[in-house]
Design a protein around this ligand. Structure first.
Ligand code: ADP
Ligand code: MG
Length: 611
């Protein structure tokens, strides 16, 4: 019997196939099962147009059996089979797909379920087998043929006997090597796990024999193909657990059955708790991607924007091919459309959670609010519009988290800005001297305690035409009651004192000023310009931080008794003035939680006041 060579640069292609298209060896089983399922589908489609052919669903199945002793793994299907010519054409020419041709000939466009179309899947068998034997009898033919190959060398075809229509594929599984284990592909429990993982939703039973009994391994109808009203909350929760999306109970599920521009099904979950590695580089976002019920990717990152990276779940689309690579997927138009669609759905579901189930939303926000704020900040604020209504911040008024919309809706008539104060904790912010004036005016203040908060607000810039204003800003935009622009003689006296203090502090501060905001406290630090004190702290704490500093203004409360002491010192004792100035400056640093450069000098200064 003459050995025939594969066509189409076969050796190189086969090598490529075995070494690079697939990263995991176990997927050979997925490919062979998909082919078997396609072959059964073909009989089904044939029966639609051929009166003599009856498709009785019960007689169609795929059987898998392992013979450990002889290292043989056999897949048998009751599909359409292959003629001698088919074997030549479909298995003798790499990258030729009989299934693709079938779809074209039969004008199957929408709603088909045939998976194959690339003509390479079959060869993945050579990743685990030394010899692949295909025994097939085509529908309508009495003669069966045997195709056999040891890989790149070529293949043989000869007539043989087979009682029934269909195909049997026998793999002679490779011996274990030092680096690779192949035995596992002969272990029934392992084979079952692989089938469950990739082929659970193949529509025909995949049967395996174990302990003399035959059982169906796959569950066939995937939950996402079922009608929403047939499903209970428990079904979704079970699915979440079975799929190991997380160990928590999801806060919400989103079941999408889209039939518009993008045709796909999806079940998405919003988890309750972040996985332990969520806010680290190790975390990989992504959704499971199925093509027609067959898993093609565990974590398809392109399906989710980073800011919704916490979402778990799966997408099934009919228009994707099985052996598509990651690089190809990135450019897939269909996939992009689905991703866009999904992002929109997630957003609208989060908004309705916020509206209708506030408590649950707050629970969600506790876990993933930081992610949303990062989303506002990243990509130069490109997604801020999408995300701004999903944000919550702690409110001085409500003593809980509120939305920006809620804040703006109850702003006072004379209030120009959305005020915020940042600090380490709610408690610390509440006690900060700087919030006094704004709170006294009766304005609501948002308390920011997360590193990212202030950066996110800077990127947002404004919400509903109201700009954000830090209570540390030197200009608060609040009209104090008795104020006109002309300097009183008293104020001009102050100016000299403050100028002197400024020169004593040199470039530690940009200015020393009489405070308009302080009521009971003697001193505070405010800032001019873009960088606030909290931002300075965060930027300084970053690895490779550039030396970014806030422009600080030392504000003195001229109604405080301390001010009189300053004036007295200025008039009579310049050394004392220097001492007091230093003390006040350092106190202001302490209130802000900023480090004191020279603590020893500072304590010595305090002692000087005492003796
Ligand atoms: P694809 O599935 O993308 O078409 P494959 O390399 O997996 O590519 O298979 C090549 C072709 O071989 C299929 O298109 C089909 O025509 C044929 N084929 C493979 N396995 C079977 C089978 N079990 N029964 C019938 N035909 C098959
Ligand atoms: Mg295939």
């Amino acid at each position: 019997m003459a050995m025939k060579a594969f066509k189409a640069e076969s050796k190189r292609l086969l090598d490529l196939m075995i070494h690079s298209i697939y990263t995991q060896k176990e997927i050979f089983l997925r490919e062979l099962i998909s082919n078997a399922s396609d072959a059964i589908d073909k009989i089904y489609y044939r029966a639609l147009t051929d009166d003599k052919l009856v498709f009785d669903k019960d007689s169609y199945h795929i059987k898998i059996s392992a013979d450990k002793e002889n290292r043989l793994l056999t897949l048998t299907d009751t599909g359409i089979g292959m003629t001698q010519e088919d074997l030549e054409n479909n298995l003798g020419v790499i990258a030729k797909s009989g299934s693709f041709a079938f779809k074209q000939e039969n004008e199957l466009k929408e709603d088909h379920s045939i998976i194959g179309q690339f003509g390479v899947g079959f060869y993945s068998a050579f990743m685990v087998a030394d010899v692949v034997t295909v025994i097939s009898r085509a529908l309508g033919s009495d003669q069966a043929y045997k195709w056999e190959s040891r890989g790149a060398d070529g293949y043989t075809i000869e007539p043989c006997d087979k009682d029934t229509v269909g195909t049997q594929i026998i793999l002679k599984i490779k011996e274990n090597t030092e680096d690779e284990q192949y035995d596992e592909f002969l272990e029934p429990y392992r084979l079952k796990a692989i089938i469950k993982k990739y082929s659970d939703f193949i529509r025909y039973p995949i049967k395996m024999e174990q302990d003399g009994e035959e059982q169906t391994v796959n569950s066939m109808v995937p939950i996402w193909r079922k009608n929403k009203n047939e499903l209970t909350q428990e079904d979704y929760d079970n699915f979440y657990a079975e799929k190991r999306y997380g160990f928590d109970k999801p806060i919400k599920h989103i079941h999408i059955q889209a039939d518009g521009a993008a045709v796909y099904r999806a079940i998405l979950f919003i988890p309750e708790k972040p996985p332990f590695d969520y806010y680290t580089k190790e975390y990989e976002k992504g959704l499971e991607l199925y093509s027609n019920g067959v898993l093609i990717m565990n974590k398809c990152a392109d399906l989710l924007p980073d800011y919704f990276g916490f979402v778990k779940g799966m997408v099934d689309s009919e228009d994707l091919s099985l052996n598509i690579s990651r690089e190809m997927l990135q450019h897939d138009r269909q996939l992009k459309l689905i991703a866009k669609n999904i992002a929109g759905k997630i957003k609208s579901q989060l908004l309705s959670l916020l509206k209708d189930e506030r408590e649950k939303y707050e629970q969600f926000y506790e876990s993933f609010g930081r992610q949303l704020k990062f989303g506002v900040y990243s990509d130069f604020g490109m997604n801020k519009e999408t995300l701004q209504d999903l944000l919550l911040f702690y409110s001085s008024k409500e003593k809980k988290r509120v939305t920006l919309d809620e804040y703006v809706a109850r702003m006072q008539e004379d209030q120009k800005y959305i005020y915020y104060a940042s600090g380490e904790s709610i408690d610390r912010i509440e006690k900060s001297p700087k919030t006094e004036l704004v709170l006294d005016k009766g304005y609501e203040v948002l308390y920011l305690t997360d590193d990212i908060d202030e950066f996110a607000l800077k990127v947002l810039m404004s919400y509903k035409d109201k700009s954000f204003k830090s209570v540390s800003d030197s200009d608060l935009g609040i009209e104090t009651d008795a104020k006109n622009d002309e300097e009183t003689p008293e104020e001009s006296g102050q100016k000299e004192l403050f100028d002197e203090m400024k020169s004593l502090l040199a470039d530690k501060v940009k200015a020393v000023k009489a405070s308009k905001r302080l009521k009971s406290h003697p001193v505070c630090l405010s800032t001019e310009g873009e960088v606030s004190i909290e931002m300075e702290k965060i930027l300084q704490a970053m690895p490779n931080s550039q030396d970014v500093k806030a422009d600080k203004v030392l504000e003195i409360n001229v109604n405080h008794a301390v001010f009189q002491s300053l004036k007295d010192a200025y008039a009579g004792d310049k050394e004392k003035l220097a001492l007091y100035t230093n003390l006040l400056y350092h106190q202001a640093l302490l209130i802000e939680g900023l480090p004191i450069q020279d603590p020893v000098a500072f304590t010595n200064d305090i002692c000087k006041v005492m003796v």
